[in-house]
Design a protein around this ligand. Structure first.
Ligand code: SF4
Length: 499
């Protein structure tokens, strides 16, 4: 059994999970990949393929187990090889790109990452160094003449012009020195990881996430911790940031929220959540909710964007990973009316939608009043990007952002807790409790990642004309539900505070 680079990196994150992937794939892969996970894989493949244009006319190894062809090409000193496959007795790697350097008579290695050079750089660089070190050590063991080691990733400073300039789009960073520095320790870790992975017997006991909040858990958590209920102490709001409290509960064998003792010191919002679950009654902090609602001014707009996150900028003015805002739904409620007025916009051409979406926003969005969203970081981020790409409208987007209020705050601040929320604050959990007559479950599109994927397939002409009509209709129904759901939740809270 060989340790692959992917499994080594999973091992570094969690040894037990890597073991499960290799020995119990039915458990590791039990949960099908979400549309979001699939889109990450597709993005990775797209970036990999585009990066090959930096070193054109290479030989591509298509069979992921074909070491023979790789050996032959290396022996012939093929100038560029894409996806070469190498195996030693214990390890296996598939590199991204090898380029023959005729000055040094060595192959330079280029590892391509579909990531941005700006975000979380230090942490990612450490991980990438380990990734490249694994490859370097395998190549060294096989006596492949290896020279420099490079990391190729997307340049977050790059702004697309009319043509995509791939020399500017990618950065090539020399990782040789830092990889050599850690290569001895990585070699040791590889041996230990290999021994761990090949053991037949499953490592016993709870995994280390037993003392971490729910968001840290992977999909195999319930397999390793069958005694922990699906909704457990791990779901107490922000418990992952109160490690001591969680450890105290776990050490006392308390996993159900129903068993959390009164004496345990919890924050106000955590205590409210626990009390609501234990009593089976909802918790409502009317004073806080009243104070929140009093900050909202009329007319009230409920706004939601649908976007496509494109790693490779598709249009002029876009940077890597900028979201393409292709759709919005808007419900506007005027004081004294019984129902809000709906407006919507969707752009289905493979062109830059900025101008059209800005025009529609300016047409439908009232000049004054509050703009309610669900998760303001997202909507405000899109407004900022639209303003940056279209400086003549920057003031409009600055004003829009200054009027945004996040309706979700009521729930993240735990001012309204219902046992049925199960500790979640997603609109998909809140809506069925507060407005059970509305449901996402009957919709053809039920979440944002599917909406993005559907739009991408529409503009890439992957559907027939009839299918496009149906898909556009589905997108509009989904986005409309998002803003009407916000209106319904606001109305519920408003009526509640009037009682
Ligand atoms: S839940 Fe955490 S510790 Fe357990 S297997 Fe998954 S990642 Fe590892």
């Amino acid at each position: 059994m060989k340790l692959t680079k992917t499994d080594f990196l999973i091992y570094k994150d969690c040894a037990k999970n890597a073991w499960l992937k290799v020995h119990k794939p039915d458990i590791y892969f039990a949960k099908p990949l979400s549309v979001f996970d699939q889109s990450i894989i597709e993005t990775g493949n797209e970036v990999d393929q585009l990066a090959r244009d930096l070193f054109p006319n290479g030989a591509l190894i298509t069979d992921r187990s074909d070491t023979k062809q790789t050996k032959k090409l290396v022996k012939e000193k093929a100038p560029v090889i894409y996806q070469p496959v190498f195996e030693t007795e214990s390890y296996k790697i598939i590199c991204d790109i090898l380029v023959w350097n005729s000055n040094t008579n060595l192959y330079d290695l280029f590892e391509v990452k579909a990531s941005n050079s700006g975000e979380d750089k230090k942490k990612k660089d450490e991980l990438y160094s380990q990734d490249i070190a694994f490859q370097y050590l395998v190549l060294k063991e096989l006596n492949i003449p290896i020279g420099k080691l490079f990391l190729v990733r997307l340049n977050n400073e790059y702004v697309r012009g009319v043509e995509l300039d791939i020399q500017q789009l990618f950065t090539k960073e020399d990782f040789t020195e830092r990889v050599l520095k850690i290569s001895n320790s990585v070699a040791e870790e590889m041996k230990i990881a290999h021994d761990f992975i090949i053991q037949e017997k499953e490592p016993h006991g709870s995994c280390k996430c037993i003392t971490r909040g729910r968001s840290a858990h992977c999909t195999t958590f319930s397999h390793s911790n069958p005694h922990v209920p699906e909704y457990s102490v791990h779901d107490i709001s922000r418990i992952g940031q109160s490690k001591k409290k969680l450890e105290e509960l776990v050490d006392s064998g308390i996993f159900s929220i129903h068993d959390v003792p009164r004496e345990l010191k919890l924050s106000k919002s955590q205590r409210n959540q626990v009390d609501a679950i234990q009593s089976g009654n909802q918790f409502v902090d009317k004073i806080e909710i009243c104070s929140f609602l009093s900050t909202i001014s009329n007319p009230i707009s409920f706004l939601d964007y649908e976007t496509f996150p494109s790693a490779i900028p598709r249009f002029v003015g876009y940077r890597p990973f900028n979201q393409i805002p292709f759709q919005f739904s808007l419900h506007v409620f005027n004081k004294g009316e019984t129902e809000p007025i709906h407006a919507e916009f969707i752009f289905t051409e493979n062109k830059n939608p900025d101008e059209a979406i800005i025009k529609a926003l300016k047409k439908y969005l009232p000049n004054g009043g509050s703009v309610l969203v669900w998760n303001k970081t997202f909507e405000m981020g899109r407004n900022r990007e639209l303003g940056m790409r279209n400086p003549e409208h920057r003031v409009f987007f600055e004003d829009l952002n200054s009027r945004i209020i996040d309706l979700r705050d009521i729930f993240t601040e735990q001012n309204f807790i219902h046992p049925g929320f199960k500790g979640k604050t997603s609109i998909k959990y809140v809506l069925p409790i507060l407005a059970p007559h509305l449901s996402y479950k009957t919709l053809d599109i039920q979440e944002g990642a599917t909406a993005s994927d559907t739009w991408n397939k529409i503009v890439r002409k992957e559907f027939t004309d009839d299918e496009i009509k149906e898909k556009v209709n589905n997108l509009c129904t989904y986005c409309k539900m998002d803003t009407y759901a916000m209106y319904a939740i606001w109305k519920y809270l408003f009526d509640l505070t009037r009682v």
